[in-house]
Design a protein. Structure first.
Lengths: 313, 366
């Protein structure tokens, strides 16, 4: 057979990619599994010749560690809040963008800008917007010297300035800031995908619906959303995967402390936890990484299962 | 319900503002479509037939003129409120819905007084499905149907709300030849059964002639002729209509009239009393040739194609505008397999047209 004759050639062409994948993807995965199963593994002492017993001690330790559970909670909370919110917003914006003719290109570009902007930079801008420089809050003598634009707006409308991210701020306020930031950051990609999907829907379906006397709402729910469902599924799945890997957004707003001054680590995430553990406790980090992998895997499977039932192609 | 088009005009603005000029897709179309008839809008692509259809549906707004359904002016009424049924060229079935859901969809849109109960909806959907004979496919998705079945679903969806007007945009163009024959009979049958005023658009003259009560021939946005198919075929008002209708197409010659006789080349082929001396374009239908050894029109014989009932003779003549002249003659007539073939002409199959504006020149047929 011609094909088998040329098989070695095919492998040769594939070799560079395969070698790189083996070194930088496959081996690390295997090694992570290995390290996670060596109780209390530490690369420094490993070099020193220390031996470790084999077992699930790392996993146990991680799952019993309150700080890890807090990180897990933060990650879950942000995921659950931001993915649906950003998807719905992106859908609405995409539908609106698709409906307007003039300036569509310009608006598309504007909406896409956050995507090409560094997330740390965006985080710093958001931090400045929500910032509040002054003394601690609540007391009567304290004077706010300068407040970020968000608080300025709140005060303009007669509200009371909120301590969003500074020392003494509440967890809820922190989460609100994170949700706003993550949603805003996630929108462009989702809008891009959904707008592309919308524009690929045959106009005739809408003409047919009009001739059939369909109301706008019904057109949206019965035609646009179902025909967009493959894109929606894609956006939700990648949204959850991205959400579970949330890290740099927290750094962007709160810096490497992963929390407001006085409460470091309060908003830390799974990836943050893994990163923190990496330098000293690779065993623990590996176990946490595998747990994260497991969670993403399960959530994606659920997503795929649901979307198979609900999407139509 | 009768439909009246009054000076209907549609102008598309030019896409390029500097260079382009606007396109007049439909120009001053006035016509009253009688109630319960099947009308074929016929013309080559770009003649404005689809635009006319979409203006009647309400999907496109006319630039000028008015549209009446019965006595109601619907020109300003949007597509949602016109209550027409429209079958798109590629059917536009909702791909995510089953056949049943597709057919039910227009009914579920009904609001207020027209709102139907679930049972009534199902009943109507089944009735429409039975009418087009797809009631056994109700739970399939459009992707699981053949082209012909999709076509039927599209017709059922258009019919289910019992529209006053049914519009079909190139309904047969996506079907293969056999299915096309079958489906056009089907459309005719359904139209007869429901009595809904139906307008369909086609570029296939055979299709239009075979099932329409009336055909409208259009060219570049201008209506050329309206009439019963046979009438338009026998008595075209200009060269365009004569050329557009008929398979094989009409044979066109350069000729001249002198002293009441028609000359093609140097031969006087026919008496045409009452026509002033002038250069003319002569159209002769394929069935207008009678082989006759002493006939005046002598052509070079190219080939004889036997088609069973008829014989198609392909010949050529220096005065013809096309390289091949095609005549259809009865198989009983013998054609000598010589170098040439001679014909006499049937006077009512010979049509004369002005050289200047291609309009018909009438003469007395004895």
């Amino acid at each position: 057979m011609v094909e088998s004759k040329h098989k070695w050639k095919a492998w040769l062409y594939l070799a560079p990619a395969i070698v790189l994948l083996l070194i930088f993807t496959v081996w690390p995965i295997i090694n992570t599994v290995r390290m996670s199963l060596l109780e209390g593994y530490n690369s420094m002492s490993a070099v020193g010749g220390a031996t470790y017993s084999f077992g699930i001690g790392n996993f146990k330790q991680v799952l019993e560690y309150n700080y890890f559970l807090q990180c897990l909670g933060n990650t879950m909370l942000l995921c659950v809040l931001t993915v649906p919110l950003s998807t719905i917003l992106a859908l609405l914006i995409a539908v609106c963008l698709n409906a307007i003719k003039p300036l569509q290109r310009l608006l598309q570009t504007i909406f896409f800008l956050p995507y090409v902007t560094n997330s740390i930079a965006i985080g710093m801008v958001f931090a400045a917007m929500f910032n509040m420089v002054g003394s601690a809050f609540g007391g009567e003598n304290e004077i706010i010297i300068t407040a970020g634009i968000i608080n300025n707006v709140i005060e303009f409308f007669g509200g009371h300035a909120v301590n969003w991210i500074n020392a003494g701020s509440s967890y809820a306020a922190n989460v609100v800031v994170m949700v706003v930031y993550i949603v805003w950051n996630a929108l462009p990609f989702k809008i891009l995908i959904l707008l592309g999907g919308l524009q690929s829907i045959n106009r005739q379906y809408y003409d047919a619906a009009r001739v059939d006397g369909t109301s706008r709402r019904r057109v949206f729910t019965r035609i646009t959303v179902p025909l967009l469902s493959p894109m929606l599924a894609y956006v939700v799945i990648t949204g959850f995967i991205g959400g579970f890997k949330e890290y740099s957004s927290i750094v962007g707003i709160f810096g490497e402390d992963m929390g407001p001054a006085g409460a470091p680590g309060r908003l830390n995430t799974m990836v943050g936890f893994i990163y923190d553990s990496l330098s000293t406790q690779q065993g623990r980090a590996s176990a946490a990484a595998l747990i994260l992998f497991g969670i993403i895997f399960v959530v994606t499977m659920i997503n795929l299962y649901v979307s198979k039932k609900k999407t139509h192609y | 319900m009768k439909i009246v088009l009054q000076n209907l005009t549609k102008v598309f603005p030019s896409r390029n503002k500097k260079a382009g000029e606007e396109v007049i897709a439909v120009n001053d179309f006035t016509f009253e479509i009688p109630d319960g008839k099947l009308i074929g809008l016929l013309g080559p692509s770009g003649c404005g037939k689809s635009t006319t259809l979409y203006m009647i549906s309400g999907l496109q707004k006319p630039t000028g003129g008015k549209i009446f359904f019965g006595d109601d002016d619907v020109t300003e009424l949007s597509a949602e409120n016109r209550g027409v049924g429209l079958v798109f060229q590629n059917y536009a079935l909702y791909p995510h819905m089953t056949v049943k859901q597709n057919i039910l969809f227009p009914l579920q849109n009904l609001r207020g007084a027209d709102k139907l109960s679930k049972e009534e909806m199902l009943e109507r959907a089944l009735y429409a499905a039975r009418l087009v004979q797809i009631d056994n496919l109700m739970d399939r998705k459009p992707s699981e149907l053949s082209g012909g079945q999709q076509q039927r679903v599209a017709i059922a969806r258009a019919l289910v709300k019992m529209p006053k007007v049914l519009l079909l945009d190139e309904p047969l163009s996506n079907l293969d030849a056999r299915l096309r024959l079958q489906t056009r009979e089907e459309i005719r049958r359904i139209q007869k059964e429901t009595g809904i005023t139906t307008i369909f658009v086609t570029h296939d003259q055979e299709e239009a002639m075979s099932i329409s009560d009336l055909i409208v021939v259009m060219k570049l946005g201008v209506v050329q002729q309206i009439g019963q198919p046979q009438e338009v075929y026998d008595d075209p008002q200009n060269l365009f209509v004569a050329k557009f209708l008929g398979t094989p197409p009409i044979n066109v010659f350069d000729g001249k009239v002198e002293g009441g006789r028609l000359y093609i080349g140097d031969a006087a082929v026919l008496d045409v009393p009452g026509v002033a001396d002038q250069e003319v374009t002569v159209g002769i239908r394929p069935e207008g040739f009678v082989p006759d050894e002493n006939g005046p029109l002598v052509c070079r014989l190219n080939s004889v194609e036997v088609m069973g009932r008829d014989v198609s003779v392909v010949s050529s003549h220096p005065a013809a505008q096309t390289p091949a002249i095609r005549s259809i003659i009865n198989a009983d007539c013998k054609v000598n397999s010589g170098e040439t073939v001679s014909y006499t002409l049937k006077p009512h199959k010979v049509l004369l047209f002005s050289k200047t504006d291609e309009s018909r020149i009438y003469f007395e047929v004895k």
